[in-house]
Design a protein around this ligand. Structure first.
Ligand code: ZN
Length: 233
């Protein structure tokens, strides 16, 4: 292993799965009996806002009952103890990385515990429902929507992510299927920029061939072991 200082970690659904958080991918494209196109697109929100708001209200409530697992805790420890640069880019919209104690986290697909005001463009911390059209704490407009990047929308903070990939010595993809772009392409970007690449996933992802090394198994076991290795424990 060459001298590693800058680490970029991409996390996906596989990291939160063992905390009991499921995704569209678990049930053949269904999520709590809903199709992606009925609840997770801007068109769905325009067509039936109550359905979409009710769906995300349930998800927002549910994640607050879940707890971080050993994979979140191991990554939080790495964040705390790693003296070089580190960025955890997560596709997850839960707050389990933060609740485990991680600080250097970037939510590229938004966050359940934020509400986004489409009137004033401010995001506010939010734990309650949106279905009853509450007022924006900032401007008072009743124009809050889930702060979630829906299918067909642009992921957040891509410039920062590419900048981090460009500086990375090591890129690690954890618990992602390798099916959703642009995140699925990060491994190739990282390689082009000269980083070593490692996959930690339950099974070989769609992009597994792009990684220098791949380890397969449950995230809780793989991530804890890998973090021990990196910290030299
Ligand atoms: Zn507002």
């Amino acid at each position: 292993m060459k001298d590693i200082r800058n680490i970029v970690i991409l996390t996906g659904a596989g990291v939160s799965a063992e905390s009991g958080i499921d995704t569209f991918r678990d049930g053949g494209g269904l999520w709590e009996q809903h199709r992606v196109e009925d609840v997770a697109t801007p068109e769905a929100f325009a067509r039936d806002p109550d359905l979409v708001l009710r769906f995300y209200d349930m998800r927002r409530e549910a994640i607050q009952t879940k707890e971080p697992n050993a994979a979140h805790l191991a990554l939080a420890r790495l964040d705390r103890e790693w003296e070089g640069e580190l960025l955890i880019v997560t596709q997850n919209v839960d707050d389990l990385h933060e609740r485990a104690g991680a600080k250097r986290v970037l939510h590229m697909h938004g966050e359940h515990l934020n509400a986004w005001c489409t009137a004033c463009d401010v995001r506010s911390p939010w734990t309650g429902p949106l279905l009853d059209r509450p007022a924006c704490p900032e401007c008072g407009a009743a124009e809050l929507r889930p702060d979630i990047v829906w299918f067909g929308e642009m992921p957040y903070r891509m410039d920062e992510i590419f900048e981090a990939l460009e500086q990375a010595d090591l890129f690690v993809s954890i618990g992602t299927s390798g099916a959703v772009y642009p995140a699925a392409g990060f491994v190739r970007n990282a390689r082009e920029f000269g980083a070593e690449t490692l996959e930690l996933n339950l099974e070989p992802s769609q992009g597994t061939a792009w990684f220098d090394e791949a380890r397969h198994g449950p995230a809780t076991a793989l991530v804890s072991a890998w973090v021990d290795e990196v910290l030299g424990l």
